[in-house]
Design a protein around this ligand. Sequence first.
Ligand code: HAM
Length: 441
Amino acid sequence: MKIPPVKGTRDFYPPQMAIRNWIIDGWKQVSVRNGFEEYDGPIFELLQMYQIKSGDEIVEQLFSLQDRGGRDLAIRPEITPTLARMVNQQINALPRPIKWFSVPRLCRAERPQKGRLREFFQWNVDIIGVDRSTADAEVILTTLDYLRMVGLTNRDVQAKISSRKLLAAVLRGVGIPEEKLNSLYAVLDKKAKLPAETFEAMLAEQVPDSNQARVIQDFMVARSVEDVESLVDFDDDIQNAIMNLKIVFHTLDLMGVSDYCVFDPGIVRGLAYYTGVVFEVHDVVGELRAICGGGRYDNLLRDFGGPRIPATGMGMGDAVLEILLAEKGLLERQVPKPQLEYYVTCADAIFTKDIFTITAKIRETGHSAAFNYGLWLEPSGTCEAPSLSKQLKDAAKQNASKCVIIGQEYADKRELVIKDMTKDQPSQAQVGVDQFLSDLT
Ligand code: HAM
């Protein structure tokens, strides 16, 4: 019986692995050039860690287990709680600001669908210890720096930016009690994902007063920060939240990415811990779920038993990103094809032993090299080799850049024939074996 893979998981055969590696290498490269250092944590944590502050949706999606001592554990559905725990643990020893990135493998027991899996990779960048909006802008800039590097333009993706603080101030302003805010965020976050009537029914359940509900709805479709100013009465909280947003947009403008950014108060974020500027990047067509999401979470470290240290960051999954890059033809063009540098062949079976010694020496210099497995060599010297043309065909199949041919020249003058396979008309040159090997180092 053939055992199938688990629903919502992926097998990475070499072509898929090449894509995964290319995506992750890009994430790491952009993290480093934006000044982030890499960290990681364990793949499972105590279950209670996610019950503190991630929100009901994430808790419902946990893969949980019990260890032999009866402790309740969960496979990480996100790395932000681990980050908060790790920072709290060494709070006095860590130089601040902390600018860290990570690429964890995460698991969420979601219903698998396009771009939504039960196991995926997620790039995280976080800045801890900076309350200024500059840090929020830096996180958004780093995100866009990557998306721009892989060839996505502002016609493909858009960063939608809003503020939980502003939303909270508006909700308080219309009279929503503090204790209802978190459950209301979860409903508002679903606005773009649900049919209008379903959303309105859910909102009416939480906010039965139709006047209150109307102001909330109007706020969520406001086109600009200025529109919001005309919608609600100004208080210090609103003024402060609007100023933070203006600084973020201004900084992003100076950094040259404002053409990717829009204000969108419909962005609420599903996770419970956000407290300030929030953002998501979406495909412009709006076909896919968010490519990434993040924002400011100034209370999470305190909620995890540490001091109140401000923090902001984002997470980008590989699944939606890969779908979008494939749709735009950007994978085909950029993911490197498997490439072999040297394929070592012989024109006569008597050179079989030289194939092994020369291949090993090429590999020792750090270059890749292969040979045909039809070769046969017994300690007595009895040997066999496929024809040279068969070996060369195999080299082409393996996409080798160069073929090394060991033939009569080697017996006469210790010279190899090097055939360049990268050109339409392969060219050949002869070179002494010692010279060839020393040129490789
Ligand atoms: P999140 O919105 O839950 O945020 O996830 C961020 C991104 O991870 C999503 O936009 C999506 O690309 C990807 N993602 C989430 N769930 C799945 C899934 N089931 N399958 C495939 N991809 C998925 C967080 O996780 C926050 N911890 C991000 C953060 C870091 N905020 C501050 N720092």
